[in-house]
Design a protein around this ligand. Structure first.
Ligand code: UD1
Length: 325
C-alpha cells in the first residue's frame, strides 16, 4: 500500500516508517523537521518537507503522492507545557489535524492511522485500563488527542474514511536492530532523562515522589518498545484493509515498571551509576497507569515482543552511546 507518514522524521514516526518499509509498503514522509531529524529519514522512503499548518502544502503533497493510507504523528506531546500554552496545542494538534483530515479526504485517502494517547483516559478509575474506561483527560494535550478522535469518528460517518486511533502508553526504547539513533531534542520523559544522568549530561535525575501507593512508592508506568508500537501501526493497516471498519485500541503491555525499576535496569545495562534525588510529586501524575492490551491481542493479533525492561533500556543506552562517538 502507498502510505503517507506525517511526522515521519520524529521518534515514533521514524520507527513506524522503518516497519512499514520492511512490510513492503511504499512510504513517503511529510515533516517540517521542527522536532523530527533528517538523520531519521530512510533513502527507500520519499520525503517532502512541509508544514501541516499550511493547508496548501499538505494538500499538494497528498494530491501528488496519492496514498491509500496515512499515519498522523505530527503533534506536540508535552502534557505540562500544554497546560501553560494551550494555544500552541490548539493550533498544532487540532488545526493541524483538521488540515490533514480535509486534505486526506480530498485526496481519496481510505485509511487513517492516528497516534493517540493513554492521556485521553485521565486519572485511571481502575487498572489495567481498557478502551471502555471513561475518557476524561486531565491535561490539554490529552484533550487534543481525544478531540481528534472525535473528528475522526465524524469523518468516518460523513466521508467514509476508516481510522485506527492507537492509544499509546509510555513509548520507549530504540530500534532493536540499531538502525535509528536520532535522539529527541530536549527530552523530558523519564528514560531519556535517566540516560542523560548516566552520561553526566545532567547532574542528577529528579524522582518525582516516592510516597505513592505503589510497591516502592515511585510512579508505575507501562513502557512499550517503539518497535512494538511500530508493528502495531503496520497491523492497524492490515486490519483496516481487511475489515474496512474503524478502531480505537490501546497499545501497551500490561507490565508496570516503577521509576526505581527503570533506574536499576539502566544501571545494569550501562554498568554506570545513575545519580538521583527524590523530590516532590509532579502535579498531574497518576500513581499507576497500566494498559489492558487484550483488544490489540484479539482484534489486531498484536503482541509485544521487545517491551521487557531490559530490551527497552539496553536499546536506548545503545542509541545514546552511538551519539557519543
Ligand atoms: C507523559 C504524558 C503523556 C504523554 C507521554 C509521552 C503526563 C501526565 N503524561 O507520560 O501524556 O503521552 O508523557 O510523552 O504528562 N519521572 C521522574 N523524573 C523525571 C521524569 C519522569 O520521576 O525527570 C517519573 C514520572 O513522575 C512518572 C514516570 O517517571 O512516574 C514517567 O514519566 P514520563 O516519562 O514523563 O511519562 P508520563 O508522565 O507517564
Amino acid at each position: 500500500m502507498k502510505i503517507a507518514v506525517i511526522g515521519g522524521a520524529g521518534y515514533i514516526g521514524s520507527h513506524t516508517v522503518r516497519e512499514l518499509l520492511d512490510r513492503g509498503h511504499e512510504v513517503c514522509v511529510f515533516d517540517n523537521l521542527s522536532s523530527g531529524l533528517e538523520q531519521n529519514l530512510f533513502p527507500e522512503a520519499g520525503f517532502v518537507k512541509g508544514d501541516i499548518l499550511h493547508p496548501d502544502e499538505i494538500e499538494k503533497f497528498l494530491k501528488d503522492f496519492k496514498p491509500e493510507g496515512l499515519v498522523h504523528l505530527a503533534a506536540f506531546k508535552a502534557a505540562g507545557e500544554s497546560m501553560l500554552n494551550p494555544e500552541k496545542y490548539s493550533v498544532n494538534n487540532i488545526t493541524g489535524s483538521i488540515n490533514i483530515l480535509n486534505a486526506a479526504t480530498a485526496a481519496g485517502v481510505k485509511y487513517f492511522v492516528f497516534s493517540s494517547s493513554a492521556a485521553t483516559y485521565g486519572s485511571p478509575q481502575y487498572q489495567p485500563v481498557d478502551e471502555n474506561h471513561p475518557t476524561n483527560p486531565e491535561n490539554y494535550y490529552g484533550y487534543t488527542k481525544l478531540a481528534i478522535e472525535g473528528f475522526l469518528k465524524w469523518y468516518d460517518q460523513l466521508r467514509g474514511i476508516k481510522f485506527a486511533a492507537l492509544r499509546y502508553f509510555n513509548a520507549a526504547g530504540y530500534d532493536v536492530k540499531g538502525r535509528i539513533n536520532g535522539l529527541e531534542k530536549n527530552p523530558a520523559n523519564l528514560i531519556p532523562v535517566v540516560m542523560e544522568a548516566l552520561l553526566g549530561k545532567r547532574k542528577e535525575l529528579l524522582v518525582f515522589g516516592n510516597d505513592y501507593d505503589t510497591p516502592d512508592g515511585t510512579g508505575v508506568r507501562d513502557y512499550i518498545h517503539v518497535n512494538d508500537l511500530a508493528i502495531g501501526h503496520g497491523m492497524a493497516f492490515d486490519y483496516l484493509q481487511k475489515n474496512n471498519k474503524s478502531l480505537i485500541v490501546n497499545l501497551g503491555v500490561q507490565q508496570g515498571s516503577s521509576v526505581l525499576d527503570v533506574i536499576h535496569m539502566a544501571e545494569k545495562v550501562s554498568g554506570r551509576k545513575c545519580p538521583y534525588r527524590i523530590v516532590e510529586r509532579r502535579p498531574g501524575d497518576p500513581a499507576t497507569l497500566v494498559a489492558n492490551p487484550s483488544k490489540a491481542h484479539e482484534v489486531l493479533g498484536w503482541k509485544a515482543q521487545y517491551s521487557d525492561l531490559e530490551t527497552l533500556l539496553a536499546t536506548t543506552w545503545r542509541a545514546y552511546l552511538a551519539n557519543e562517538k
